[in-house]
Structures are given as structure tokens and as C-alpha cells.
Design a protein around this ligand. Structure first.
Ligand code: PHE
Length: 474
């Protein structure tokens, strides 16, 4: 195992680090939200804006967080205080975010496993019925124990990897699963281009028509307002997708050795995450467009993968159940590897704050994840309650936790991190951490300064205000 003089684990190679960080970044967001946004927000227009944001906004946030982690050599809870005295409280938010996300991500991971199992056991046709999903999560079609059991299996798998450690667990698993995920995504993406379907009105659509919807920029009727919607959809998607503002990249940065080239790793992480998001669009948009028409892509999140896609697989005929198995295998890989990283952010926080043995931190985190995960599962039956969020949507326990973390704490944390780096410790802090006394070169310096001081804080501030429902026109 790689350990430094203080006994802290570190990644055994740059490749191991890049794949572990990419494994975190590639998650449900890439699969169930990116394709939906691309289809909704003018196809290629969204893609172009997203890619520009990756190399500017995403680059800035990712570099800042990884530098904070590597500088401090501490998990998120204590890292911020090491960067600047008086800023330690930011660590509490950076640890609270993964602690809030972990339970509901594991609950959703359980749903993914259930679907993988359903497709494997030939139950796929039942999943075509729209009530299959709600029947499952509410427990009405079998028992309220079923979603809980799947959540427990998913949580167990996640924590087994965590228990194996940073190298033998996280790094090794990422090295196997990330190439596998990439192969599956390419295979389904290519297959999706070959499909064709004639609907009840005699209209024939093909995967290539769907590809056009996905990649050709659609500027019809675009206004300043709709452009801003596209921009902020891309901003919020991106920063969720690269796993920043969740404590993860601080924790992962703390395992990077001082003699490693952070900059080249950052570029590779961005390329991997964006590549998989683009591939997810290629897998999903052409197939959904072909079999369901242009209205098919109207849903994102759970309803896209658990309700719409089973219908698409069914419409594919004989090969559908096989495509379904392979697809849910891919989603399982994406979800497990992200859950691992979110759990590690909490575990690293506890270990470094309380100097407790890793084993104890793992047990505490797992118990927390399971207890809160039970509350999330009960949110659809025993604890059913309709909360109304400030943005007007009706929510259950899961959605409330998601709202609190994604829409409030994450933009706030990212905004405060930019202020800390841009205005308090100054961008030089990041340059020094990356360059290590001139050993490496910090590319895009000027860009970084403008982004971290001005552009990112403004975008994040608007995003935060928008999430609070205070900008109804956006
Ligand atoms: N980047 C992840 C995704 O796209 C976000 C995430 C990471 C969520 C880890 C939870 C845990 O889904």
C-alpha cells in the first residue's frame, strides 16, 4: 500500500488517481440528466456551451478543490481550516454535503440493482408498465422491505470497497470498472445509431435522425431568456457532474502525492467525465427519439431510466432485454463508483478530524448511511409526506435531501470556495500547489484568475438565487 511518512494513504499512480476521480465524476448525473438537458436545450447548442464551461468553470473548481486537498493532506472537514485560519467552518459544509447525499444515492443505487436484477431474470416486460416503478418504491407491488433490501445490498458493496482501502479498494476497482464502463457505453452508443422504428402513424424514424436532434445546434426561437436557461442548466449540470462541492475532490486531492502532476490529471479527469456524458447522450437520445418520438425525451432522472427506457427496450423487440441488461450494468457501475467516492469523503473527514482508526470511521459512516437510507425509503410509504420546495415542486424525503444538498449547500460551498481561493488566499495558493516549486507548469493561469475571482462566483451566485426560487424568469 502507498503511504507517506505520516502513514497517510496515497494513490499508487497518476492513472489510478485519474480513474478513481473519473469513477466518481461519472455517475447517475451523466446518464440521466446530461442527455435530457442536451435534448431539451437545443442539442449541439447545449453541448458547445457545456464543453466551453468544462475547460473554464469546471477546470477552475476542480483545480481549486484538488489543490486544497493536496495542500492540506486532510479530508474535507479539516482541510479548509488548514488552508486558512478562520475558514474551517467551510469544512463542515464540505462534509455535510456528502453525508446528506450518501443515503439517498444508496437508495437510488438500490433501485438500479433492482432493475438490473429484473432484466437479468426476464422480468423486463413487467417494467414496461409505468406503475412498475412506483409500485416498487412504495412497496405496493411487493413489500416495503424490497427497496430497503436493495438499498442495503448496494450500501454493502460500496462499503466493502471502502473497507479494502484507498489502493486495494477504490483504486483497483476503478481501474477495472472504468474501462469496462467505457466499452459498454461505446457499444450501446453505436447500437443506438442503428435502430429504426415505424410508429402507428406510419412514420419511420432512425437512430441517425435522433443523432441529429442530439448534436445539431438548434437555435430556433432562441431568446436571451432561453439562452440563459441553457447556460444555467449547463452550469448546474457540470458542477454536479465533476463531483465538486461535495468534499470528494478535496478528499481525493489529499491522497495525491506532492510529486504528481496535478494539472495533467485534471485535464484527463475532465476529458473522461465529459466523454462519458457525451456517450450517454449518444446511447439515450437516438434510441428514445426513434422509439418514442420527439416527446420521448421529456423526462430526466428516475423517470427517464426507470420508466421511459424500459419502454424503449421493449419496443426494440428481441434484443431489447439484452440491451436493458447491459444498460443497467453500466448504470450500476456508474452509481457504485460514485457512491464509493461520496462515502470516502465522509470517512476521510472523520479519520482526519478525530484521528480515529479508518475502520471505526467506516462503521460510523455506514450506520449513518443505512439509518438515513431507511428514512429515505420510508419517505415513499410510512413517512410519506408532500413537502413543497421553494421552487414550487412537490417533494418526498429524497427530493428534500437532494434539494438541500444540490441546490443550496453545493452552490454555496462552491461560491465560498471561490471567494477563499480568489480573494482570501489568492490564486497564487493554487499555482504554488500545482507547480511544486517550478516542477510543473500551471497552464491557463490568466483564465484561472478571472474565473475564480469573477466569473465563477457570479455564475454560482445566480445559480444559488435561482435554486431558491427567487428568479422565476430563469
Ligand atoms: N458526478 C456524480 C454524478 O454525475 C455526482 C455524484 C458523485 C453524486 C458522487 C453522488 C456521489 O452522478
Amino acid at each position: 500500500m502507498s503511504k507517506d511518512s505520516q502513514g497517510r494513504s496515497s494513490w499508487s499512480s497518476s492513472l489510478g488517481f485519474v480513474l478513481a476521480a473519473a469513477a466518481s465524476a461519472v455517475g447517475l448525473g451523466n446518464i440521466w440528466r446530461f442527455p435530457y438537458l442536451a435534448a431539451k436545450d437545443g442539442g449541439g447548442l447545449f453541448i458547445i456551451i457545456y464543453i466551453i464551461l468544462v475547460v473554464t468553470f469546471g477546470f477552475t473548481l476542480l483545480t481549486s478543490e484538488l489543490s486544497i486537498g493536496r495542500f492540506a493532506q486532510h479530508g474535507p472537514l479539516t482541510a479548509y481550516g488548514k488552508v486558512k485560519k478562520g475558514w474551517g467552518w467551510l469544512g463542515i459544509i464540505a462534509c455535510a454535503v456528502p453525508a446528506i447525499i450518501l443515503p439517498y444515492y444508496c437508495a437510488i443505487g438500490g433501485w438500479v440493482l433492482k432493475y438490473l436484477f429484473a432484466f437479468l431474470t426476464g422480468d423486463a416486460t413487467a417494467a414496461v408498465d409505468s406503475t412498475y416503478f412506483t409500485g416498487f418504491i412504495t412497496g405496493e407491488s411487493s413489500s416495503i422491505g424490497e427497496p430497503i433490501a436493495w438499498m442495503l445490498v448496494f450500501t454493502l458493496v460500496t462499503f466493502v470497497v471502502i473497507a479494502l482501502g484507498v489502493n486495494k479498494g477504490i483504486e483497483n476497482v476503478s481501474k477495472v470498472l472504468m474501462p469496462a464502463l467505457l466499452i459498454i457505453a461505446v457499444a450501446i452508443g453505436l447500437f443506438s445509431l442503428t435502430v429504426s422504428f415505424t410508429d402507428a402513424d406510419g412514420v419511420t424514424r432512425t437512430g441517425i435522425d435522433g443523432l441529429a436532434v442530439y448534436v445539431i445546434p438548434n437555435l430556433d426561437g432562441i431568446t436571451v431568456g432561453s439562452f440563459l436557461t441553457v447556460l444555467f442548466d449547463a452550469v448546474s449540470q457540470l458542477f454536479f457532474s465533476i463531483s465538486v462541492a461535495m468534499g470528494i475532490m478535496v478528499a481525493y486531492g489529499s491522497y495525491v502525492k506532492k510529486d504528481a502532476n496535478l494539472m495533467s490529471s485534471i485535464n484527463r479527469i475532465e476529458i473522461f467525465d465529459t466523454g462519458v456524458a457525451l456517450l450517454a447522450g449518444l446511447m439515450i437520445v437516438p434510441a428514445v427519439f426513434t422509439f418514442m418520438g420527439s416527446d420521448g425525451m421529456s423526462s430526466a432522472g428516475p423517470s427517464l431510466i426507470f420508466v421511459t427506457l424500459p419502454k424503449v427496450f421493449d419496443a426494440m423487440g428481441g434484443i431489447g432485454p439484452i440491451v436493458g441488461i447491459v444498460f443497467f450494468l453500466l448504470v450500476t457501475i456508474a452509481a457504485v463508483t460514485s457512491a464509493i467516492s461520496i462515502a470516502e469523503a465522509v470517512v476521510a473527514s472523520l479519520v482526519d478530524k478525530f484521528t480515529m482508526p479508518r475502520k471505526r470511521a467506516i462503521v460510523i459512516t455506514a450506520v449513518w448511511g443505512i439509518v438515513m437510507g431507511l428514512i429515505v425509503c420510508f419517505g415513499y410509504n410510512l413517512l410519506y409526506f408532500e413537502f413543497t420546495l421553494p421552487n414550487g415542486s412537490v417533494a418526498q424525503v429524497l427530493d428534500v435531501m437532494d434539494y438541500l444538498s444540490n441546490s443550496i449547500l453545493m452552490p454555496a460551498l462552491a461560491l465560498l470556495t471561490c471567494i477563499l481561493i480568489g480573494w482570501v488566499v489568492k490564486p497564487k495558493f493554487v499555482f504554488d500547489e500545482v507547480e511544486q516549486g517550478g516542477k510543473f507548469k500551471f497552464q491557463r493561469r490568466g483564465l484561472f484568475v478571472v474565473m475564480v475571482k469573477y466569473v465563477c462566483p457570479i455564475l454560482l451566485f445566480v445559480l444559488l438565487v435561482k435554486s431558491l426560487g427567487l428568479l422565476p424568469f430563469l
